[in-house]
Design a protein around this ligand. Structure first.
Ligand code: G3P
Ligand code: MG
Length: 525
């Protein structure tokens, strides 16, 4: 694995947190990036909150800074993963030079050098709503074994081809969703055929492990897999599904009162409740309390009736979590900015020092654009964040430090490893990550760069964001570029399982009765 890769930042989970390396995941010791300023901006004093601390020893043995993440006094079911992104705002590069003083420009040295640590759950087995969702009215179809007879036949097939079986258990697929399997609510036809095949409609009747890793967001995991299983006509479990905010459930150990932003209606409040956050505020609660806070908002009676106003001058919001795309930029940006400039998250106050008293802000993913039904891609959370960063800089003169989850962050890929291992356990009784993992994605800047850095095989498909030539120039897929997901997956299977691997279950090949007499109707398959 190259020095720039994720694999270089493995750490020993058994060591005390303070001894683990943090930062400089892609920066050699003598790189100019090492001049990155240590940040002197603790969000909480260690003595106040039992903070993990602001400066830590990096893998290179030097002290570096990061956004402070306060430690909750209770049990710790989380691990922290160093961020690939600098915690500094991205907006500076988009702003006119005059907007930054020379001293501020000096403070910003590099992008993507290192940043804060991102807590993720230690184990994915924390979901209280773990379940498999079958496509409506299709029961156990979709390539799954349907009967005792078929079970016997697949067992026979697998006995005969034991080497192929081992190889099939030693590979796994990680699917991006939008642009690979679906476009919004629209099926990409090869997506269904691919999942049918991986769910057992293949020569061995074997389930080839696969999980879903999307930067999508905005509703609880169960609701999203229900929707996807319907579109893809295949069963999907919450235990094989990661959306951008899924690993952010770890933050419930760190913060009690949070502002949750984005998504339709109150779906993201539901998400936060399901993740275990104790006290969840959404922008509507604040607008209902004081409509003048958002002067351009037309607040309906229905919205007022469903909100939960209280006196926000008497409580502190501890962190801002942008879970999904904002449905009302003006209101959300105003409220976020008010909170970022307040004294430790108390509305109605303005901090004397906007930096040391600032509460942290987290984004579930960083995609600038997202393909939709519209002819050209639409702005996504990354664009919203950059807008906020620029506003914050213009209003305070300071860079906004922030944490961004989602692909291609290391934390997200580490979490994916946990999910792959436990899904392997579920399917084949072996809790481990197979040696040959294939990421299938449409976005070179997210799926492919992340997969490459994590040491996975990467396949770029032409059904989504990527519309280029032979391969992406900046982040080429290492296994190749394919017309669609079926072509990518079958190429990977041929490599791992042999050119003769059959992509269709054929009972007649295994059943002597059917094989010899063609008495198909006499045998249940
Ligand atoms: O950018 C937002 C999201 O819709 C992307 O989803 O599945 O392509 O990671 P996905
Ligand atoms: Mg995609």
């Amino acid at each position: 694995m190259s020095k720039s890769g994720f694999k270089d930042v493995e750490f020993d989970k058994s060591k005390p947190e303070a001894q683990r390396p943090l930062g400089s995941v892609n920066t050699p010791p003598d790189s100019p990036k090492r001049k990155h300023r240590p940040m002197e901006l603790p969000l909480h004093k260690a003595s106040d909150h039992g903070s993990i601390g602001h400066r830590r020893r990096t893998s290179w043995g030097e002290l570096e800074g990061s956004l402070t993440i306060p430690v909750s006094p209770g049990s710790h079911n989380t691990i922290e993963v160093p961020s690939l992104r600098s915690p500094d705002a991205d907006s500076t590069q988009f702003m006119h030079n005059l907007s930054a003083t020379p001293s501020m420009r000096e403070r910003r040295v590099s992008r993507n050098s290192f940043g804060a640590s991102l807590p993720i759950p230690k184990s994915k087995r924390q979901s209280r709503l773990s379940s498999v969702v079958y496509p409506e009215g299709e029961g156990a179809k979709a390539g799954l074994p349907m009967s005792a007879t078929r079970d016997i036949l697949t067992a026979q097939a697998q006995d005969v081809h034991s080497e192929k079986v081992q190889a099939a258990k030693n590979m796994a697929f990680v699917f991006d969703i939008d642009g690979v399997l679906v476009h919004g609510d629209r099926l990409i036809p090869q997506g269904k055929a691919t999942l049918d095949m991986l769910n057992g409609d293949n020569q061995l009747g074997i389930k080839i492990p696969h999980i879903f890793l999307t930067n999508g967001s905005g509703k609880p995991e169960l609701a999203r897999v229900e929707q996807l299983s319907k579109i893809l006509h295949n069963p999907i479990s919450t235990d094989q599904f990661i959306q951008s905010h899924t690993p952010m459930r770890a933050l419930a150990e760190y913060y009690s009162t949070v502002l949750v932003v984005g998504g339709e209606g109150y779906r993201c409040r539901e998400v936060a409740e399901e993740y275990g956050f104790k006290d969840i505020v959404v922008p509507n609660d604040i607008v209902a309390w004081d409509p003048t806070i958002a002067p351009y908002r037309v607040f309906t009676d229905a919205e007022r009736a469903t909100s939960r106003p209280r006196d926000f001058t008497k409580m502190n919001i501890e962190a801002i979590l942008v879970f999904s795309d904002s449905r009302d930029y003006a209101t959300d940006m105003q409220i976020i900015m008010d909170l970022l400039r307040s004294e430790r998250g108390r509305l109605g106050t303005t901090a004397a020092d906007p930096v040391s008293q600032r509460i942290p802000i987290y984004f579930s993913q960083g995609d600038l654009l997202c393909p939709t039904e519209h002819p050209t891609p639409r702005m996504s959370q990354g664009a919203f964040r950059i807008g906020l960063e620029a506003m914050y800089k213009a209003l305070t003169g300071e860079e906004l430090e922030r944490v961004v989850y989602g692909k291609p962050e290391l934390a997200t890929y580490k979490y994916a490893d946990e999910v792959i291992a436990s899904w392997m356990d579920e399917l084949h009784g072996e809790e481990r990550v197979p040696a040959n993992v294939y990421m299938i994605g449409d976005n070179p800047a997210s799926d492919i760069i992340g997969g490459n850095m994590y040491g996975w095989n990467t396949c770029l498909v032409r059904t989504g964001v990527f519309q280029g030539g032979d391969n992406d120039e900046e982040n080429p897929a290492n296994f190749g570029v394919f017309t669609n997901v079926w072509d990518a997956v079958t190429a990977a299977c041929r490599k791992e399982l042999g050119d003769d691997f059959g992509f269709k279950w054929d009972a007649r090949k295994m059943n002597p009765v059917l094989h010899d007499s063609h008495a198909a109707s006499a045998v249940e398959v």
